[in-house]
Design a protein around this ligand. Sequence first.
Ligand code: PRP
Length: 183
Amino acid sequence: MNSEMEKDILKVLVTEEELRQRIGELGEELYQRFEGKNPLFLGVLKGSFIFMADLVRTAQVKSDVEFIAVSSYQNATVSSGRVQITHDLQQDITDRHVIIVEDILDSGNTLAFLKNYLLTKGAKDITIVTLLDKPARRTKAITADLAGFVVPDEFVVGYGLDYCQQYRNMPYIGVLKPEVYSN
Ligand code: PRP
């Protein structure tokens, strides 16, 4: 496949096949946990959109989907710490089992904020599923219930993750060349 973006990638961190395999396992685990419980999958935009689409198709449980959009980076490479909701829930989540679907757990600011926010909105319980977990950068005491891959403290893009809104459409997770973001 031709790709204009490949020249900006230092190395591939997680291949398409590894993603497919691991997301299948996560889906099966969610099925075991939520069969008969009608959970709500809540994707955190924009980064989770591709993971969400694949995960809900591997977790063949009766459920519905919802999205929320938050931002704390505003094109920076380090979290500002201030999380803003840019697109809010469009439905009542009172007494729902909510499965938060994230692309990456980094400082933890986003998920710490969201977990608290969803509990104030009446969620029955919250399960955090993140595709990538970067524990080296954690500043908040928050852990994922399920994580796809633990990644090192490198600038990762692809499969939903961006740098300045680009690279989200790469089908794998790659490390960006430092010269791309230090210019
Ligand atoms: C990214 C990512 C997570 C968050 C994780 O979102 O999608 O939501 O940062 O980082 P944290 O653990 O340090 O809070 P971003 O604000 O870049 O928006 P995006 O999803 O639209 O890319």
